[in-house]
Design a binder for this molecule. Structure first.
Ligand code: ADP
Length: 175
């Protein structure tokens, strides 16, 4: 479903997305994990893990919460994977600022690497426990910023329940 000029909402597996860059809801170590992270690493193959290992860690952290890192995408159709680390809703003190930062950093990296299409999962909405409506509000606000209007943004949401929340939030936006 198209919501606005450059934003689309789909139900499905993000590893199948035919886009320039897929965003991964990673963890700070960036060496794979469960949920969407595990699915992306399985689909991309060992090249993705090798690319992640090349990102220099600081005290074991390759990507701090709220930031993003870009790597090649291994066997995926996409050219790149952007790994971003969402906040843990009940653990971090300002989860809304951190989640907005994940979206902003990811979109900025996509622009810096001349990507024109980007796919997002529902960052932090699985194991990290972010309430869907609050997460969708943040995603919606960031994605509508003027500077991202040249990007085609696709949300790949894992089931219809999540997609319905995204559709009601994004559908309520002008244009
Ligand atoms: P986080 O740790 O950031 O909460 P999760 O991977 O646990 O990340 O969940 C983030 C969202 O990704 C959840 O809504 C989950 O249902 C969804 N998800 C899991 N696997 C996939 C997949 N293959 N494609 C798209 N979304 C997925």
């Amino acid at each position: 479903m198209k919501v606005g000029n450059n934003i689309e909402i789909k139900v499905g597996d993000i590893t199948t997305a035919d886009v320039d860059v897929i965003v991964n809801a990673a963890n700070e170590k960036m060496l794979g994990g469960g949920g969407v992270d595990g699915a992306i690493h399985r689909a991309a193959g060992p090249e993705l893990l090798a690319a992640c290992r090349k990102v220099t860690p600081v005290d074991g952290v390759r990507c701090p919460t709220g930031q993003a890192r870009i790597t090649p995408a291994g066997q995926l159709k996409a050219k790149f994977v952007i790994h971003t680390v969402g906040p843990q809703y009940h653990y971090h003190r300002h989860p809304e600022a951190l989640l907005a930062s994940c979206y902003r950093h990811s979109l900025d990296l996509a622009l810096e690497h001349d990507c024109s299409t980007i796919a997002f999962p529902a960052i932090s909405c699985g194991v990290y426990g972010y309430p869907l409506k609050e997460a969708a509000d943040i995603a919606c606000k960031v994605c509508h910023a003027e500077k991202y209007q040249g990007l085609e943004i696709v949300f790949y949401l894992f089931d219809q329940q999540i997609a319905s929340v995204w559709q009601s939030v994004f559908g309520a936006q002008p244009g």
